[in-house]
Design a protein around this ligand. Structure first.
Ligand code: HEC
Length: 180
């Protein structure tokens, strides 16, 4: 079942160019996802990584996180030693001080932010980067949906740490039939 069904993650590059200049509208925390939402079955390794996160991140939908992370990928690399793209490399970002990836020139604001990246601090960051660091170089309006942020943060964890040497597998879409 792991063939040919992957969501294309090539979206979003155009947004990097245009800067995705939506106004940074903020919303109240939306209601949780309906109980009927299909659940992705993560691999044992992904499960082990998720288990290191607090709730609700540990129950996240990795497939949705993977899809929503496509836009982040237009500016960020995640593999170890992959180097900076438009934004800093995110390998090992959990537990790292903000503004500390080597070889990347941060904005003054992010350099002096002084937080440790955790599920919670990352969640607020991607909700509205400009609210956290006015003048940030991260030209990203923010991810409004709280559930999407939970999924992106959890997915980010699974691709920025790797207990084994194995490349993180793509997450299957449980909602799609086996033929396309
Ligand atoms: C348009 C390009 C762009 C997009 C899209 C983008 N980022 Fe960024 N990101 C940046 C830049 C540039 C910085 C550095 C900001 C600064 O120095 O002020 C950054 C900084 C960060 C940091 C801080 C890293 C550190 O070392 O302190 C994190 C974490 C991050 N981004 C995660 C994300 C996630 C997750 C997404 C998707 C939800 C995302 N970014 C989308 C460009 C982008």
């Amino acid at each position: 079942m792991y063939t040919g069904l992957w969501l294309s993650l090539g979206l979003g590059s155009a947004c990097a160019v245009s800067g995705c200049s939506k106004p940074a509208a903020r919303v109240e925390r939306p209601p949780p996802a309906p109980a009927t939402a299909a659940v992705v079955r993560p691999t044992p390794e992904q499960q082990a990584i998720l288990a290191t996160l607090p709730s609700p991140y540990r129950e996240a939908d990795l497939f949705n996180g993977q899809a929503k992370f496509a836009l982040c990928k237009s500016c960020h690399t995640v593999a170890p030693g992959a180097g900076a793209a438009f934004g800093p490399n995110l390998w090992g970002v959990f537990g790292r001080r903000s503004g500390a990836a080597s070889g990347y020139v941060y904005s003054q604001g992010l350099k002096s932010l002084g937080v440790t990246w955790t599920a919670e601090t990352l969640d607020s960051w991607i909700a509205n980067p400009r609210a956290v660091v006015p003048g940030t170089k991260m030209a990203y309006a923010g991810l409004e949906d709280a559930r999407d942020r939970v999924d992106v943060v959890a997915y980010l964890k699974t691709v920025t740490m790797r207990p084994s040497k194995q490349k993180t597998p793509r997450v299957a879409d449980p909602r799609r039939p086996a033929s396309h």
